[in-house]
Design a protein around this ligand. Sequence first.
Ligand SMILES: Nc1ncnc2c1ncn2[C@@H]1O[C@H](COP(=O)(O)OP(=O)(O)OP(=O)(O)O)[C@@H](O)[C@H]1O
Ligand SMILES: [Mg+2]
Length: 402
Amino acid sequence: MRLLLYTGKGGVGKTTTAAATAALAARRGVRTLVLSADAAHSLGDVFDLHLSATPLPVSIAPCLDALEIDARDVIEGHWGQIRAYVVELLRHQGIDEVVAEELALLPGADELATLVSVEDHATSGQYDLIVVDCAPTGSALRLVTLPEVAHGGFKWLLRLQRAAAKIAEPIARELVGTPLPKAEVFAEAERLLYKTLEQLRARLLSKETSIRLVVTPETMVIDEARRSLTDLALFELASDAVVMNRVWPDEALREEFFRDWGRNQQERLRDVETHFSPMSMLVAPLQADEVCGLEALAAHGEVLFAGLDPMAVLGTRPGLRFERNKQQASLRLPMNGRSGKAVQVLRVDDELVIGVEGRRRRIALPAGFASLEVERVLVESGELVVTFANDPDLGTTPGEHP
Ligand SMILES: Nc1ncnc2c1ncn2[C@@H]1O[C@H](COP(=O)(O)OP(=O)(O)OP(=O)(O)O)[C@@H](O)[C@H]1O
Ligand SMILES: [Mg+2]
């Protein structure tokens, strides 16, 4: 089951590109589901259909289903107990019930619900390809990094449960000062922690999942996409292609008014090719009108993929990696134009905490690194290089010891 997620800055053509990919794949006989994970759904609009009325996928053509996910529906279905606890907790602190209900949609809950829904369809056996129209970059990055980040949060919740179980309920209530969650809440949290999050993480890290970035020939748009490559690399998420959308066709550029625009566009196409390689660059022209309806979308897909298979893995990108040779043990992370000032590195027990402009990941050190101290952190040839202190055994295998 191939999973493709499209993201990029607001308005660049994410929905159009996701729908065009799905329409083309379905036309070629691939059982495809295209779904919108952007709370501001517009998938129905591009297909000229009303999708929001149903929580189930709607068949819109042979081999093609579409769905707009309602995160709140999924939350009610999957985590009623946890939500009830959070509402109780907030009300206990004097917060009005209606406000508490709103607040109980914890940050990340929508994203988690979306991923759970994607996973349900991915495991249904009904589809060979799922194409996700994501929200703009920041929110989409929260979506794809959430299973790992939430894992840490739930661990804390479970620790609290264990601690509370040791103390008599009234004392605990006094100490904690809030109602204690019921056992079922923890049962759900545990299920969520060990099963769902692990499963979602595995799905996102799978070789069959790719995140595709949509850009237009504008510097700000390209810069944002380039920065997001570092976030994706930090979480070891794979990106195989960048879509350059709305490229002015030659006939328009022959007009006097567009001459400078044409020169700039060439430059930005070259920039994208340089900065995103060896990911594939797919180019889509600015069409004469908005791209709406199944026919127009499939035709747009034909031009965009220019003979390539829309569901193939179209390229790779070096990510975060640990390297060890006789001279050095290091961790490397491509910085994609970011300076060293954006990075923080901290060693905590057997983990390395790496922060890149507010996004932080705890990475378990692999065997052989856990006993080494961090010696140096610098940005070298466009990569963050964390060097570990030399250890006398470095590079020798047990058999080579004198
Ligand atoms: N290559 C193109 N040629 C002509 N029009 C296009 C092209 N790509 C997108 N559009 C039009 O631009 C508008 C925005 O596209 P789209 O909705 O796909 O962007 P988006 O990135 O999903 O936006 P949002 O961030 O709001 O979700 C739509 O009206 C769409 O039809
Ligand atoms: Mg959109």
